[in-house]
Design a protein around this ligand. Structure first.
Ligand SMILES: Cc1ncc(C[n+]2csc(CCOP(=O)(O)OP(=O)(O)O)c2C)c(N)n1
Ligand SMILES: [Mg+2]
Length: 323
């Protein structure tokens, strides 16, 4: 989607924050089930990436994908309906959190397989290169994903073939309960770029402008034929890995320090420093976000359940034995 100003970006970031808070609350109330991974604390990366992209570009996401989808223009009502398993959801209520996509927005889906989207992103980038469409693919992954074989295989192939691909690693400090300090041989993920002869950059992932600038530059390079780029964004996952995570592997003091640096309040403070009318505009955006999320939940709750007779629709093997 198009962002015309930093206020636009703030509006989407606060919408993501409110969406994720609602998802956590609805799970704890038992009103939605399955699983979900929320991205509270990582909103600047989602919106920074989307703000740097051009309309024809493509995006592949992770298991922590709600923020990415909303930043790419996903509809909060249809997303919430999917969380509720309703027929109006993005996957007709069949998939839940980790399988939402909308190709018309260039959003090629969340992905439950760690680093799984990298293969898909390479394929999309090869298609763009082959047909010379000018499209660049942005593929986001987590820090834990950088230890997967798929990460290295994809970087090797994409570097070798100079594919128009930007890999953005959201380094939030943890892969489930494993901190980086015991998970990575070299604490810098950007440094891994050198092994493939490509450019690797590390930026403050809680700064909207830092993410947007770094991804813009990477997109320009990739679009001009320089091929694969790697951007590492340092951030912090403020919530648990997924529902039911008691976060016993880290201290309340560590979390409190991270809250001091969270991206939404930081952007609000920056806007207030720059624009005298910022407090009023921010209050209005906060209010709009709260209303949009309330309407999204209302839409989901009042939507119909999927018709059981459609259970075999859209399957590769639709004629399953019934008895
Ligand atoms: C191939 C594969 N291995 C393991 C898992 C289980 N798993 C789900 S999320 C996750 C951690 C991913 O960590 P990271 O890439 O840092 O992303 P984050 O959760 O921090 O956003 C793991 C190991 C999986 N889904 N897929
Ligand atoms: Mg992580």
């Amino acid at each position: 989607m198009t962002f015309h100003s930093d206020f636009d970006c703030y509006g989407r970031m606060v919408l993501i924050r409110r969406f994720e808070e609602a998802v956590e609350r609805l799970f704890s109330e038992g009103r939605i089930t399955g699983t979900a991974h929320v991205c509270i604390g990582q909103e600047a990366i989602a919106v920074g990436m989307a703000a740097a992209m051009q309309p024809n570009d493509a995006f592949t996401s992770t298991h922590r994908g709600h923020g990415h989808f909303l930043a790419m223009g996903g509809d909060p009502g249809r997303m919430m309906a999917e969380m509720f398993g309703k027929a109006t959801g993005y996957a007709y209520g069949r998939a839940g959190s980790q399988m939402m996509s909308d190709l018309s927005l260039g959003f090629y889906g969340a992905n439950g397989i760690t680093a799984g989207s990298m293969g898909l992103a390479c394929g999309l980038a090869l298609q763009a290169q082959y047909h010379n469409t000018g499209r660049v693919v942005v593929c986001t992954i987590g820090d834990g994903a950088s230890n997967e074989g798929m990460f290295h295989e994809s970087l090797n192939l994409a570097a070798l073939w100079h594919l128009p691909l930007v890999v953005v690693c959201e380094n939030n400090g943890y892969a489930m309960s494993t901190p980086l300090s015991v998970g990575l041989a070299n604490q810098s993920i950007a440094a891994r770029a050198a092994a493939y002869g490509i450019t690797g950059t590390a930026v403050d992932g809680n700064s909207l402008s830092a993410v947007r600038d770094a991804v813009s530059l990477a997109l320009t390079q990739a679009r001009s034929g320089k091929g694969l780029q790697l951007v590492e964004c340092h951030t912090y996952r403020l919530s648990g890995h997924s529902k039911g995570d008691k976060r016993e592997y880290r201290s309340p003091a560590e979390e409190a320090a991270a809250w001091e640096n969270e991206p939404l309040a930081r952007l609000a403070a920056e806007l207030e420093k720059q624009y005298p009318d910022a407090p009023g505009r921010i209050a209005q955006l906060n209010q709009q976000a709260a209303e949009t999320i309330a309407a999204a939940i209302e839409f989901a709750v009042s939507s119909p359940d999927p018709d059981p007779s459609t259970v075999c629709d859209d399957l590769f093997a639709p004629h399953l034995p019934t008895a």
